[in-house]
Design a protein around this ligand. Sequence first.
Ligand code: DSN
Length: 413
Amino acid sequence: MQFLSSLPMFDPALAALLQAEEEKQRDSIRLIASENFASAAVREACGSVLTNKYSEGYPGARYYEGQQIVDQVERLAMARARLIFNAEHVNVQPYSGSPANLAAYLAFVRPGDTVMGMRLAHGGHLTHGSRASITGKYWNIASYELDPHTGLLDYDLIRTKALQHRPKLLIAGHSAYPRQLDFAAFRKIADEIGAPLLVDMAHIAGLVAGGAHPSPIPYADVVTTTTHKTLRGPRGAMIMCRAEHASKIDKAVFPGLQGGPHNNTTAAIAVALHEAAQPDFAEYAKQCVLNAQALGRGLLERGFTLVTGGTDNHLLLIDLRKKGLPGKAVAEALDRAGLVANYNSVPWDDRPPQDPSGIRLGSPAMTTRGFGEKEFLQIAEWIDRIVASGLDDVTIFQVGGEVRELCRSFPMP
Ligand code: DSN
């Protein structure tokens, strides 16, 4: 019977693609700040029989029968999240970060209301009000920006803007800002304008869980996060909130936005949270920051410009304008050498988002594979060699060989 066959036997074309991707991941250095390597245990839960089950609703109140085990799985994931993040309520059902943020909008604001978040080009996320996203089309967006003199968030500027626009929802969080956020300052502004505070901690959730970044939980009304970035779980998301908002948030996720939860993902989130509760996860989180800082030092020593001058978290943004090379060409050249990053706009970029002036780098994936500061300093040297060569083919080829050699000593989970 075909459905009992293994993947290579039943679908060799797809199996070959998976094998090729595995080899590509094994032999390259992942520097995409939002990526990581999930453990075998997380991937096992993802591929489990729970993918076979429909469970619209919440534990104890489902619209389908047969939930005796699924309810326990979801309750376990929720309990672990509440414990690790010290949250009053958690919803583990959002399919990913964008639906999680949209659920927070649905819970707190009506279409047309004013929402304030960080401008995408300054490090925010699409769902914090970019015109390209539904959030920028259905809500009136007033974005805050970085201080043009320091390149940092200036909380007085954010406050002034908030008092001027009086948003009904204030968002803190980023996908390309290399500094810690002052959640207490955001809370103060939110209180002054009487708006709920949403913190999107997708990028830093693993650092928060591991104690390497302050937690937004005591300050925010609602916290959204993906589960696959620094948190190192499956592709999924969670929403944590104060007990008073629990019913609003749950109704926004289901039935407001979604149907049945992906139970296999819920199980994998539970596994990832169990991993995050182990003592070595705190070491990993701390090392993510040390490694990003080492990479930043290595780049600064070689004359690179870093947005904000460095990093306090797991990511870095290189402004390539002084090097005279565009971000996309550099990202492509690095990729050919097995150094996988993404091109990225820098604040006040004069180039378009499709071909911007920067590249974003992150430490989580290779920290998971065991890289330390020594290896991240080596990465700075490789990036410099490729950029200094003007993206020369021979240099890219030579660096590529060295990258593959180093990867061999640091196996994938
Ligand atoms: N697109 C993700 C990132 O790379 O930061 C955030 O959702």
